[in-house]
Each structure stands twice: as C-alpha cells, then as structure tokens.
Ligand binder design. Structure first.
Ligand SMILES: [Ca+2]
Ligand SMILES: [Ca+2]
Length: 446
C-alpha cells in the first residue's frame, strides 16, 4: 500500500513514512463532494483525557507491556495549524458526547454529511491500523512500523474508550488482526500468530502460538489484513513484492487456510496489494480493495474495489489495471478481457485500505448495506489525494456511486491524519483508525 506522502513532518512520522511507501495511488474520478457539516465544534475542548489508566505491568510473552497511553502529541503541521475557522461553539445542547474528545486534533476540519459527528474514540493508539472487535466488545488494533498490538476497552459502555492496553510489542508489522473462539489472531509479515483466551488476560497475555509461518518474508507489501470468512477459513493476502513485476505463486494473491493453519490455498490471484476486505452480508461473497501500481502518472491507474464470488478468479495484476488499462510493460502478454474487472475504479493512488459493508442501523437508510472505504492517501502523486473515507453505493453487485463521506485530514498539501481501517460497532457507529494521528475515531449519526 502506499503510504505516507511527501509532505510528512519529521519525527516518528518520517519513520512511518519510510515504511509506508509503495502503495499505488490513483486519481479521483471526479468524486462528488458530499455535503458537509462540520461535526465537532472546537471550542470547549477539554484536554484529552482518554488515556488509559496505567495498566498493571505484565509479564506476558516476550513482548507484552502494559502501557498507559499518553495523550497523543499530534501537532498539526504548521501549514494547517491555523486553518479551520474555529467552529462556532455549539450551544450547550446534547453535544456532550460529540465534543468531549478531540485529543488535541483539529477535528473541526473534518467534513461529514449532515447529521454525522466525529470524535476521538481512543487516543494514544500509536500507529493504529487494522481493527477487529471481539464478541465481548474488546477492540483489537494492529500496527505496522511500531510493532505493537493494542486492546481498547470501553468499560462503562458509553461508546468512548477508557483504556488502551498494549498487549504485545516488538512484532514484525502486526498489521492484521482477527478474532475467533476466544483467540486473537495476528498477522506479521511471514506468519500468523494466535493468542488464546486473550480477553481474560489482557494485562498478562499468553505466549502466542504460531499458526502458520510459511508466508514470504518480503517486507514490501508484506503487511497483512486478515479476516475469517463465512466458510470458517482465515483469509490471508500476500502482496506483490514490488511495484510492478510478474510475481511467483506465493505473491499477489489472497490465500485462505483453516484456523489451525492447515490447508493453505490460493483463493484469488492477480491482486497487487489488498489491505482490506469484507463479505457481503447477504450474498456472503468476498469484496476487497486493491492498491494500484505506482509510477504511471498522477491519474493512472485507479485503485480498485473488487468482488470475488468464487475461488480461482484472477484480477489482472500485473497485466491489466482497473479492468481496462494494459500495463505498459506487461500488458502485451495478456489482455484485460482475460481478467475480472473491478466493480468500481477508485481514485488513483488514494491507497484504499480497510473496507466494510455498513451493517448497522444507526446511519440513515441510504447508508445501510453500502461500503465504506478508508483511503490512506497518496504518496505517488503531485497533488495529494485520499486521506478520507469514501462510500461506494451498490445496486445489487454493481456500483451505483463512489463519493466522499468524510474528508479533511488533508489540508492543502499537508495531512494531519490518515484513515486506515473502518469498523462497524454494535450501536451502528463507524470507527476509523488513523496511524498518523495515532487515534481511533468514532463517527455517529443522529
Ligand atoms: Ca467508556
Ligand atoms: Ca485488478
């Protein structure tokens, strides 16, 4: 996936940057700008107080370390420091839950459709990437460069996190997290680990069990998003170990395996780098995003939203991009007509990562059953794009529209945040992780 852009502030973000490169980027096919209502008044922002209470020290596996998460020290880049007209303070209405938490971030710059609000659900989640929610309500969050795994708790169920526990650290890009039968599964670059009975041992995690360590060790596009499918198997993608090349059979595909790591097989191929997928709630078919190649100009190729209703399909990489664009180097070897085209071409270089079907009831009817996509933002583009959450409306298995849902993390050419993954909560709110600002947002509607 592509990641950080050129305009990164120094410090830890710069480090993040280094690792993040490589995602494809693409241009926006005229995305309609949605109506936007600034959600969070910025005045009256009490200092972020979310930080988790210090957790008792633990002696977990080699890496467990309880950490009280300090309030993020996110400072918007200078360029954006003075922007956003300080929203007019809202009257003392029932906005308590909406303004109570900004963690010092310029949330007033985020634009959302009317009726929606955004707040910081959990702060101090450095490098927050993929998310998964356990049945009991523990939100597990993976990371990349920082090598940590987090468990986020909302102990009093007021839809605001009370504690962020670092349950492991020192892992190799533990980007992927999935939960099943009381166990947390974590995907590093070349292996999948399992933490049994983790919910009862958040402060003293068990040593992880290695489920499967046969994946390639390439760091490039090697970080993984994992999920269990409706067939009970774990889906594990392996990206292309390059920007553009003819990959061997171990790369550029989505694999699946039994929960114990056995039976590893290819499910779909011709996929450059997917870092987000979900199954349609009704058809149970797999849908996934894919990051397009780099270095083909600002507007080519598009990122993709794909649908894989059956095993064995090929989505075109490295021969064909976006369903219609022959690769300048490899395009003569196979025609686009040989491959499955995307359901929707997404913006070029937007770095489309996490995606979920909206299965909640909180949002208005027109959002139910539609797809939310976290666009991390471009690095391979003269004018940055992405850094937003988009929506793909469906008409059956076809796209009925691609539009911006939430934007504002990118101000001019500087970004203060980068959406990575989305997670629909039981109450219908949508969580969004941000590995640049180090927080998890909650978008709600009323
Ligand atoms: Ca709470
Ligand atoms: Ca494709």
């Amino acid at each position: 996936m592509r990641s950080i852009c050129r305009m990164r502030p120094a410090g830890w973000q710069a480090g993040l940057l280094a690792l993040l490169m490589l995602a494809g980027c693409a241009a926006p096919t005229a995305l309609p700008t949605t109506a936007v209502a600034t959600a969070v008044p910025s005045a009256t922002q009490p200092a972020a107080t979310t930080a988790a209470p210090t957790v008792a020290p633990t002696q977990a596996p080699a890496t467990a370390a309880a950490t009280a998460t300090p309030v993020p020290t996110m400072t918007p880049p200078a360029a954006t420091a003075a922007p956003a007209p300080t929203a007019t303070p809202m009257p003392a209405v029932p906005t308590a839950t909406r303004v109570r938490e900004t963690a010092g971030l310029p949330l007033q710059t985020i634009k959302l459709p009317a009726g929606f609000a955004i707040e910081v659900y959990a702060a101090g989640v450095q490098g927050a990437r993929s998310m998964t929610l356990s049945p009991s309500g523990v939100l597990f969050v993976g990371t990349r460069d920082v090598g940590k795994l987090y468990a986020i708790l909302d102990r009093n169920q007021d839809q605001h996190a009370d504690e962020v526990i670092t349950i492991a650290q020192g892992l190799d890009s533990p980007n992927g997290v999935a939960f099943r039968d009381g166990a947390l599964y974590v995907a590093e670059i070349n292996r999948v680990l399992r933490y049994d009975g983790i919910e009862a041992r958040l402060n003293n995690p068990p040593a992880p069990v290695v489920v499967n360590d046969s994946f390639p060790s390439d760091a490039l596009h090697g970080w993984k998003f994992i999920r269990f499918g409706p067939d009970g198997k774990m889906y594990v993608p392996v990206g292309a170990p390059c920007n553009i090349c003819i990959p061997d059979a171990r790369h550029a595909s989505i694999f699946r395996m039994n929960p114990d790591g056995s039976g590893l097989e290819v499910f779909a191929s011709g996929i450059r780098n997917t870092v987000g997928f979900d199954w349609h709630p009704a058809t149970q078919e797999l849908w996934f995003t894919d990051n397009g190649r780099d270095l083909l100009g600002d507007d080519l190729p598009p990122d993709e939203l794909n649908r894989a209703p059956a095993a064995g399909m090929n989505f075109g990489y490295p021969y064909c991009h976006g369903g219609t664009i022959a690769d300048p180097t490899y395009g003569t070897q196979h025609k686009c007509s040989e491959f499955t085209p995307p359901v929707q071409a997404l913006g070029p270089h937007v770095a489309s990562l996490g995606m979920r079907f909206y299965t909640g009831k909180m949002f208005a009817a027109q959002y139910q059953g539609q797809i939310f996509i976290a666009e991390h933002g471009s690095w391979n583009r003269s004018v940055p794009i992405g850094y937003r959450v988009t929506l793909v409306r469906l008409d059956g298995n076809k796209s009925a529209g691609y539009e911006v849902f939430a934007e504002g993390w990118l101000q001019g050419s500087s970004a203060w945040g980068r959406p990575v993954d989305v997670q629909v909560m039981p109450d219908g709110a949508l969580l969004v992780s941000d590995d640049m600002a180090g927080v998890v947002y909650r978008i709600s509607y009323r």
